[in-house]
Design a protein. Structure first.
Length: 245
């Protein structure tokens, strides 16, 4: 878009140079009569205006080369052009002053329209170019800040590595990680109780027994009970009596 704006500036410079030379030649009466134009009175005013237009044309041409002045000068020149075009149209079409012939009036109206279109186009293009330049400037500043931050981070990482090398004596430092041992559940085998056959306890109160038979039967019952106690004490898991010396 900026090359297009430079082309518009070159066109502005040519238009301003042409009008500047025309006003600079205000004392040349025959030229104005041949072009069917109204001569500026006094001639000094016309020539001063011509010098100003030539200076503005040189500024527009210089801005088309120097990129730093392109958008600013294009904006100023564009406003000058479209305002001049509006004044020409108002005086020629609205007030019919100065009184020109048909060809001169058509030429002046066309010139006013051209100035209006070129001026507004230059103003719009200059605004767009300025917005793009601002966006690029913001992006450049952000990129520069990011580069500086990256350089600081790299320097900090290098300093941390140097400090770590000094602490470990130049050898890489290893971090001990905790070793998690698997939990092994003990295997518990079921203990089957050992059962011993217990002699049946004979009954004491049976009818028809004599006193001697009953005494023998009581001895058998006592022996059976003693055997049952011994079997229960020998069984695994049974409580043991404390050992006394």
């Amino acid at each position: 878009m900026k090359p297009l704006l430079r082309a518009v500036l070159i066109l502005d410079a040519l238009l301003l140079l042409a009008f500047g030379l025309l006003f600079l030649l205000t004392p040349w009466t025959s030229l104005y009569n041949a072009l069917l134009l109204v001569q500026t009175q006094p001639a000094l005013v016309g020539q001063g205006f011509g010098v100003a237009l030539i200076g503005l044309a040189w500024l527009a041409l210089h801005a088309s080369i120097d990129g730093a002045l392109t958008s600013t000068v294009a904006k100023v020149v564009g406003h000058v052009n479209w305002l001049t075009g509006v004044l020409m149209l108002v005086w020629l079409l609205g007030l019919h002053t100065p009184a020109l012939t048909g060809f001169g009036q058509i030429t002046a109206v066309i010139t006013g329209v051209v100035l209006l279109v070129v001026g507004l186009g230059g103003v719009r293009l200059s605004g767009a170019v300025r917005r793009r330049e601002k966006v690029r400037l913001v992006e450049a500043v952000a990129a520069e800040r990011a580069e500086k931050q990256a350089a600081k981070d790299a320097a900090k990482d290098a300093a941390n590595k140097r400090d770590a090398g000094r602490v470990t004596g130049g050898f890489p430092a290893y971090r001990a990680e905790p070793v998690v041992s698997p939990v092994v559940e003990p295997l518990v085998e079921p203990v089957m109780p050992v059962t011993r056959p217990v002699n049946p306890v004979p009954a004491l109160d049976e009818p028809g027994l004599t006193a001697s038979e009953r005494a023998a039967r009581a001895d058998e019952v006592a022996a059976a009970r003693e055997d049952a106690r011994n079997a229960a004490a020998d069984a695994p898991g049974a409580p043991r009596p404390p050992f006394h010396g």
